[in-house]
Design a protein around this ligand. Structure first.
Ligand SMILES: Cc1cc2nc3c(=O)[nH]c(=O)nc-3n(C[C@H](O)[C@H](O)[C@H](O)COP(=O)(O)OP(=O)(O)OC[C@H]3O[C@@H](n4cnc5c(N)ncnc54)[C@H](O)[C@@H]3O)c2cc1C
Length: 231
């Protein structure tokens, strides 16, 4: 691991140095395996945050009662060594050749693989129209906040805060429900390609909402990070 960067008070990006890294596609993940001195092992999946062509990096958000994430966010230091397996996954991936229009819907740390897709879109010079709908508990919890604030041709970013409305916030609040989707999702007639990522309950609710709007289920790709969440 070569460098760490704080993204929010609860999330940190770790740049990985993996010998013989074969390169990755936007949306793929790695499995990180930690081994304690007594031989106890824990393994978790983390999406790649960087674009294809960039060195691999992951962004981990701390779950207070979690086993692995507090260690990766609070304890690991530059130069620490751990096992990385990957890149993994061939379904939840996007490249310019996949087309669009692209609808990316994230709950919490579910923004990580979608950020890789957006960086890939930008760095490859793709003009596929894209929208990111990002549900975060609070403004402080918005990962990649500065990067997402930079305007890019053909990209719209909609952030909705589910647990606070800070002074001066003119953006949206509340969960990503049928109403918000009906307003911000591309019309089904445009044959959009959707990627939905986050806690399991979030992903299931959003995917069902998109299908209700007429989205082709085969073009609504989902990645569940686990648990029921609470976004
Ligand atoms: C394909 C894939 C990609 C992933 N990518 C990322 C990523 O980019 N960044 C990231 O931070 N995490 C990501 N995750 C989640 C990650 O793998 C771990 O599940 C997460 O870090 C919690 O691990 P832990 O050991 O800290 O918690 P655990 O000890 O496993 O769980 C602690 C408690 O938190 C609950 N919990 C577990 N996961 C979640 C969750 N997602 N939301 C709310 N509660 C939960 C558990 O039910 C349990 O009660 C990904 C998961 C998958 C399957």
């Amino acid at each position: 691991m070569t460098a760490v960067a704080d993204e929010t008070p609860r999330a940190r990006t770790l740049a990985l140095e993996v010998p013989d890294w074969p390169g990755h596609r936007a949306g793929q993940h790695v499995d990180i395996r930690l081994t304690a001195e007594d031989g106890y092992r824990a393994e978790r999946a983390y999406s790649l945050a960087s674009a294809p062509g960039e060195p691999p990096a992951i962004t981990v958000e701390r779950l207070e009662d979690g086993e692995v994430s507090p260690y990766l966010v609070d304890v690991v230091r530059e130069g620490d060594v751990f096992e990385v397996r990957g890149p993994v996954g061939g379904y939840f991936v996007w490249g310019p050749e996949s087309g669009g229009p692209l609808l990316l819907v994230a709950g919490g740390s579910g923004v990580v693989p979608l950020r890789s897709m957006l960086r890939h879109r930008r760095l490859s010079g793709s003009d596929v129209p894209a929208r990111l709908v990002y549900s975060s508990r609070t403004l402080e919890d918005v990962i990649y906040r500065d990067e997402l604030a930079v305007s890019e041709p053909g990209l719209e970013v909609v952030v909705t805060l589910t647990r606070d409305r800070p002074a001066g916030w003119t953006g949206r609040t509340g969960r990503v429900g049928a109403e918000l989707l009906a307003e911000v999702a591309w019309p089904a007639a445009d044959a959009p390609l959707a990627f939905v990522c986050g806690p399991t309950s979030f992903v299931e609710a959003v995917a069902a909402g998109l299908v209700e709007l007429g989205y082709d289920p085969a073009r609504v790709k989902t990645e569940r990070f686990g648990a029921t969440g609470g976004r």
